[in-house]
Write a protein that binds this ligand. Sequence first.
Ligand code: ATP
Ligand code: MG
Length: 440
Amino acid sequence: MTLPAQACTLIATLNQSGYEAYAVGGAVRDMLRGKAPDDIDITTNASPEQMVDVFSSFRTIPTGLRLGTLTVLIDRTPFEVTTYRTDGTYSDGRHPDTVCFTSSLTDDLARRDFTVNAMAYHPSEGLIDPFGGQDDLNAGRLRCVGEATERFSEDALRIARLLRFMSVLDFTAEEATLRAAKELCERLTLVAAERKRVELTKALVGTGFEAAAVALPEVMGQLVPALRPCIGFEQYNPHHKFDVYKHTIRAVQNASNDLIVRLAVLLHDVGKPSCFKRDENGIGHFYGHPAVSRAIAERQLKELRFDNATTQAVLPLIKAHDIDLPADRKILKRRLQLLGKDGFERLLAVKEADASACRPDSVPPDFGEVRRLYKEILDADECFSLRDLAVNGNDLIVLGYPKGPLIGTILDAMLDAVITETLPNTADALTAYAKECWPL
Ligand code: ATP
Ligand code: MG
């Protein structure tokens, strides 16, 4: 395991002043897994004032100093250096009421959530691992440091972090840790929506998402309440072997690794339970569910404080997830008109994921011909939006049409005629068509 030079510099600087210092937490975990760490946190027995002193010739940002964290910049890369700390009692189920600085590295490691996140590393001393983190890492196992129910009761965010790390690391949870997370998952109501969103977002793009979400449906139901009615909801349909939740989770795992696609897949069927009907043969149907899913998803994404751009990219995919995508140029141009280029490509991904997760033997649909036609439409620069139309609103005003809603009506009709290939996309043809249908 080799620590990047900048982190070694920070540790050496503290050591030279007589303080202990170690890389800690996620960076150690990731390096042991052979993955370059995203960021490296340093822990030290130097007090906040002593750190400020030691790093007086460095650029520093004192934002977290009250809680013992000094951000030190080396070549513009920020490192968080934190005084060994223990956390006091937790009365809000989320934040410690007080933090205490300590002189013991082991005490600092003991406050951390999982054993794999509770290791420290020093370039010459090697690994410091008082809680068996390396064994758990090698076994692909997440285990709370100490008693799981106690740790999850202190800070409910750790329950969401468990699901996230199970997904991202593709790890399982040790039995007592899993049991405690299920038992205490309702405490996630104490966690701010933004924090839930962050953990959900990370979990969604993990390689172990399906296994994590199947192991912890209660936790998923807390993070995404819209999914709760889907859990265990049987479909009574020969095309569907799985309940709505299991189908959804499997489809997410099969989806391309793009957050917008995965969010759309996660929420594409949330309207199914409320649209469920069984016909005279006992077969289940869900007529109209895409629009209902869309409406529920809109509320859910808002509740989780997703940004508007993400939400507006996700919702049309949910609404459109069941529409046909035949290998037909005109229909594909209609779909492009509806969704735009990015949306169209994502819809292909959503549909592939959806169809691949209906039964254990599902094979994804073959969109080869659709993709070929799509590429042809793009290569030929064909028109499928008002933006591509050879005539715009101003042109119509210059021709003498009055400003107002009529302009929009004419443009829509022109676009329609071009997409259905009844008119070529040229200014002459389009103006002639306008004059004929809407004489001045
Ligand atoms: P990543 O940065 O890849 O998301 P990480 O493990 O570094 O993962 P951070 O949120 O950066 O996670 O936290 C750094 C370290 O702080 C963790 O490795 C863990 O030791 C500790 N930690 C973070 N959040 C908590 C928490 N809620 N409870 C206990 N320890 C925590
Ligand atoms: Mg980190």
